[in-house]
Design a protein around this ligand. Structure first.
Ligand code: FAD
Length: 458
């Protein structure tokens, strides 16, 4: 190690609490450079669309404030993350570099390049963005779990590291070159475009407040009852904070385990789903694009139907409500994600990739592991043990939005329709229907179901 200087290259861990890389860097180096690189390749790959760019700007500004409170600050550079990190390490006389293990193909490639350039100077920290490192839990003879139930049973018993405290004091070395200041960072990220009007605020401070409110105030107790209730909005909404790592999944799991209630257990199970998808993508990075299990699908191509789905104009109010929530908030309730994804991939029988791409463009928590593999789960090309199940949007509406309030909130054209009638506007008397600026159903459900069954050879 050169003269006690360490670099914490922050990627999916934009936080000071429970950050193994930052913690190790602070412990070993008398001086520490917390580094973030606005990576041109990530941007060029379309991975920083407006909602995530705006959220990221909040995360970086908040992280910089927290680091300054501790005597340090965040160095933000632009360019290729590997080249910039290596350049900095060299300029600092051969600094030790710490980075969190990633699971996507992109992150794995970045790690390999860092390793090739830095060798012993690089430390890769495991279980930073997940609670259990991908590859730690393995079924006999396989390199990943393909069945959630079996994974979950092992996951519950897995040993986890204890959350680490935030470093109390940080000292920066003399920096060999300047980085972007936060105004420039925000301006650069704003170029991605205008974010959704109802976007959540990003950052570790906001994430920790949300976690405290979720676990500390009893909200989690209602989770088993309200998890699927679309109108209640009774889930944690922690996903963007977990995605950007401004909240540690390990710390969230630790606190939920301490809580030890049925609600906290149900929440833990969802964190296990997150780890499950991460271990799967780490083993099979190609599944970001390829079917995990091919069903020999010959997907239909219909740009007009795809466009109706994207804009929330399918004529099925529950589907349209979910799609409009996505456009307005950059976030969608899990049950609505399942219904809208099933509608695209099974009812319309359009390629799951086109839906996943739209979700990734808008979701503030848009995440290759969770998004692509949940899409595959719903489309039946993934790990669902019942790959041909189809979610009927009308039955889903009866169960999960029985009074129609979720639809009325997101589809204002239908706001005047009372109760559950809002789910079937085509049943209104012709005179009432004429005044509605709302489309007729795009497809008949029974016909599309028959088409899907034929396609899957059932
Ligand atoms: P909660 O219900 O409070 O759950 C707590 C946490 O557990 C979440 O924040 C999330 O990190 C994790 N979690 C919950 N459900 C799942 C799940 N099914 N798979 C993996 N992790 C889960 N989640 C993302 O984080 N990013 C995505 O890009 C994403 N895309 C999805 C696409 C589809 C088609 C579907 C069906 C689901 C997708 N999910 C995705 C999973 C899930 O919908 C969201 O994690 C959840 O809605 C986030 O809301 P919450 O934080 O209130 O979740």
């Amino acid at each position: 190690m050169a003269d006690g200087v360490s670099i914490a290259l922050l990627t999916c861990d934009l936080r000071v609490h429970d950050n193994p890389g930052l913690h190790a860097a602070a412990r070993e180096g008398a001086r520490v450079v917390p580094l973030f690189v606005l990576d041109d390749a990530v941007r060029a790959a379309g991975f920083v669309p407006p909602n995530r760019a705006a959220f990221l700007a909040d995360c970086l500004a908040d992280l910089d404030r927290s680091l300054r409170d501790r005597g340090g600050s965040l160095l933000v550079l632009r360019g290729d993350a590997v080249a910039q990190t290596v350049r900095l390490a060299k300029a600092l006389g051969g600094a030790q570099v710490h980075v969190a293990e990633g699971v996507s193909g992109f992150a794995q490639h970045r790690e390999q390049r860092l390793l090739a350039a830095l060798g012993q100077q690089l430390t890769v920290h495991q279980a930073v963005s997940t609670t259990v490192a991908p590859g730690l839990l393995l079924p006999t003879g396989r390199d990943h779990y393909a069945v959630f139930g079996a994974y979950h049973r092992r996951w519950l018993l897995a040993e986890r590291r204890k959350p680490l405290p935030a470093p109390r004091k940080l000292t920066l070395p003399q920096l060999p070159f300047p980085g972007l200041d936060m105004t420039a960072v925000r301006a650069r990220l704003a170029k991605a475009g205008r974010p959704a009007p109802g976007l959540m605020a990003g950052g570790e401070t906001a994430g920790r407040q949300r976690l405290r409110a979720w676990l500390g105030s009893g909200a989690v107790d209602d989770y088993p009852r309200l998890q699927d209730d679309l109108n209640a909005d009774g889930t944690s909404r922690l996903s963007p904070y977990l995605h950007f790592g401004c909240l540690s999944a390990t710390e969230a799991a630790h606190r939920a385990t301490r809580e030890g209630s049925p609600g906290a257990d149900a929440f833990l199970r969802q964190l296990a789903w997150r780890d499950f998808h991460h271990q799967l993508l780490a083993a099979r990075p190609d599944c970001a694009r390829s079917d995990y299990r091919t069903r020999q699908d010959h997907w239909r191509v219909d740009p007009a139907e795809l466009d109706a789905w994207r804009t929330g104009r399918t004529g099925y109010p529950l589907v349209d409500a979910g799609m409009r929530q996505l456009l307005h908030e950059g976030w969608m309730h899990n049950r609505a994600r399942m219904v809208t994804a099933s509608f695209l991939s099974k009812t319309l029988y359009l390629d799951w990739r086109s839906g996943a791409e739209h979700f990734l463009r808008h979701l503030v928590d848009g995440d290759v592991a969770n998004n692509q593999l949940n899409w595959q789960w719903v489309a039946g090309t993934g790990t669902d043990t019942r790959p041909n199940r189809v979610l009927n949007p009308l039955r889903q509406a009866e169960r999960f939005d029985p009074q129609g309030d979720y639809v009325r909130r997101w589809v204002p054209e239908l706001a005047q329709l009372p109760g559950a009638a809002v789910h079937r506007p085509w049943q209104l008397p012709a005179a009432d229907r004429a005044g509605l600026d709302y489309p007729q159903p795009l497809v008949a459900l029974d016909e599309s179901l028959a088409r899907f069954r034929r396609a899957r050879g059932r």
